[in-house]
Design a protein around this ligand. Sequence first.
Ligand code: ZN
Length: 68
Amino acid sequence: MKIYKACKCCGREFRTEDIFVASTKLVGIQSFAPYNLLSLELRDCLCGTTLARKLSVCDNSSLILVAA
Ligand SMILES: [Zn+2]
């Protein structure tokens, strides 16, 4: 089975996006709009390493944008 994301630091594996979201702590959103149609959601692994998840701009209505 393909793993959604793995932490390079502690080796923890997140099998699905849902597990990744449930197992990590939200740090903030980094938006590149309008230059890039994707935003990055930054989440901390339990070991403290920050991992990024790509978000589509369409999802932004439900997100709180963090000022850089
Ligand atoms: Zn980790």
